[in-house]
Design a protein around this ligand. Structure first.
Ligand code: PHB
Length: 407
C-alpha cells in the first residue's frame, strides 16, 4: 500500500511523505520494467526520474534486443509492438579483409534477435505504466537518497511542479543510469569499482535513406570500425569509430559520408546516403560496481555497470538484471529481509561479467587501436579470419550476441 501522510515541516518547506515497499530511482527501461514486474507480483512501487518523458524519448540508444529480452517484453505484457514493428534478425555480417562474412545465428545456435530501438521499449513501458495508473514521476529534481543503511531508506526529491517530497521505502532500487546517485551512496569501503577506458568513441548518425543491407554490418577496416544498423525502412542508424574528443558539430555531412563509404568500400560495400537528421559522439567505457546490493539498496542496469556499445548489451543486461531482481525482491519484500538480495547480486554479476567480456572482445577485435603495431594489426585480421572459418568461434559469437539463457 502506498500511504500518503500529511506534510512534514522541513526548512520552511512542506514535504509530502509517501510510503512504498519499493522506491525506484530511475524511470528508464530498467526502472519501469522492474516496477511492472513487481506490480505483476502484487508489489507496489514508486518510480522517480529526473528526465522528462520527452527527453528520454529523444535520446537515441542502441537497437538490438536479445532473444530473452524480447520474450520478457512479450510474456510480461509490456510490448506486442516488438513483434509487429520490430525486425527479426537471424544473423549479422562481419566485414573485413575485403569481404563480408555472415554469422548465421539461426543455423549456429537456433536463436535470433530483434532490431527494436531502446526508445520504443521505453515508450511501451511508459505507456503501460500510465495505462495501469502506476506511480511514476518524471521530471523531478534534487534527488538524494538517505538512510541507505537503515531499515527504512528514503529518497528526497522536488517534483516537476516544484513541490518537495520524501519517499520512504522498505527497499530502494538504484536504476538511475551511468551517472547514478544511488551508486555513490554506497560507502567507499563497501564497494569495488572496475573501469576500463578505450582510446576511441563512436560517431553516431541517423539518416533518411533506405537500408544498405538486410542485416547489420560490423565493418573492420584499416582506418577504423564502422557499424551499419537500421531503424525503419526509411531511417538508418550508422556509427564509425572516431577519436574520443571528436566534436560532432565540426563534421560536415560530406566528411561523414566520405568516412563511412571509404571504410565500407574497403570491404566491397557501398552505402545508400541521405540527409543526416541527428549526430552525436558516444563515449566508450567498461565499468562495474560490486556488489550490487548494499543494505536495503540494490543497483540495476547502467547504475551498476556500463559496457561499450559494440554488441548492444547495455539494455539487454539491464532487462536481465530486473528480471532476476523482481524475483529476488518479491522474496525479500515478503520476508522483509535484505539478506535475501545477496542472491540477486551474485546471479546478476555472473551475466554482467560475461557481457563485459563479450563487449570488450567485440570492441577490441573490430576497432583500430591507435597505438597498434603492424604485428597487432595482422594478428587482429588473423583473429577475425579464424573466427569466421571456425564453427566453434562463430557459435561463440552467435551465443553471446543473441544472449545467454536467463533460465
Ligand atoms: C544500434 O542499432 O544502435 C546498434 C546496433 C548494434 C550494436 C550497437 C548499436 O552493436
Amino acid at each position: 500500500m502506498v500511504a500518503r501522510a500529511p506534510g512534514a515541516e522541513t526548512a520552511g518547506m512542506t514535504r509530502t511523505l509517501t510510503r512504498t515497499p519499493v522506491a525506484i530511482v530511475g524511470g528508464g527501461p530498467a526502472g519501469l520494467m522492474l516496477s511492472h514486474l513487481l506490480a505483476l507480483a502484487g508489489i507496489e512501487s514508486v518510480v522517480v526520474e529526473i528526465r522528462t518523458r520527452r527527453e528520454i524519448e529523444e535520446t537515441h540508444r542502441a537497437g538490438i534486443l536479445e532473444q530473452d529480452s524480447v520474450r520478457l517484453l512479450v510474456d510480461s505484457g509490456a510490448s506486442d509492438r516488438v513483434l509487429t514493428e520490430g525486425d527479426e534478425h537471424e544473423g549479422i555480417d562481419l566485414a573485413f579483409g575485403g569481404a563480408r562474412h555472415r554469422i548465421d545465428f539461426r543455423a549456429l545456435v537456433g536463436a535470433s534477435c530483434h532490431l527494436y530501438p531502446q526508445t520504443e521499449v521505453f515508450k511501451d513501458l511508459a505507456d503501460l505504466q500510465l495505462r495501469e495508473g502506476r506511480d511514476v514521476r518524471f521530471g523531478v529534481s534534487d534527488v538524494s537518497v538517505v538512510d541507505v543503511e537503515s531499515a527504512r531508506p528514503g529518497v528526497l526529491f522536488t517534483d516537476a511542479d516544484g513541490a518537495e517530497h520524501e519517499l520512504r521505502c522498505d527497499f530502494l532500487v538504484g536504476a538511475d543510469g551511468s551517472r547514478s546517485t544511488c551508486r555513490r551512496a554506497v560507502p567507499e569501503p563497501e564497494r569495488r569499482q572496475y573501469f576500463r577506458e578505450y582510446p576511441f568513441a563512436w560517431f553516431g548518425i541517423l539518416c533518411e535513406a533506405p537500408a544498405s543491407a538486410p542485416e547489420l554490418i560490423y565493418n573492420h577496416s584499416e582506418t577504423g570500425f564502422a557499424l551499419i544498423s537500421q531503424r525503419t525502412p526509411t531511417l538508418q542508424r550508422m556509427y564509425f569509430q572516431c577519436p574520443p574528443d571528436a566534436d560532432a558539430d565540426e563534421w560536415s555531412d560530406a566528411r561523414i559520408w566520405e568516412e563511412l563509404q571509404s571504410r565500407l568500400g574497403a570491404n566491397g560495400h557501398t552505402l545508400h546516403q541521405g540527409p543526416i537528421t541527428s549526430r552525436a559522439v558516444l563515449p566508450f567505457r567498461s565499468f562495474v560496481q560490486e556488489p550490487m546490493r548494499h543494505g536495503r539498496m540494490v543497483l540495476a542496469g547502467d547504475a551498476a555497470h556500463t559496457v561499450p556499445p559494440t554488441g548492444a548489451k547495455g539494455l539487454n543486461l539491464a532487462l536481465a538484471d530486473v528480471r532476476v531482481l523482481a524475483e529476488e525482491l518479491e522474496r525479500a519484500v515478503r520476508a522483509d529481509d535484505p539478506a535475501l538480495l545477496d542472491d540477486y547480486s551474485t546471479r546478476a554479476l555472473g551475466r554482467v561479467w560475461k557481457a563485459q567480456h563479450f563487449s570488450y572482445w567485440m570492441t577490441t577485435m573490430l576497432h583500430s587501436l591507435p597505438d597498434a603495431t603492424p604485428f597487432d594489426v595482422r594478428r587482429q585480421e588473423g583473429e577475425l579470419a579464424s573466427l569466421v572459418a571456425s564453427t566453434a568461434g562463430s557459435t561463440y559469437l552467435a551465443e553471446g550476441y543473441t544472449g545467454w539463457p536467463t533460465g
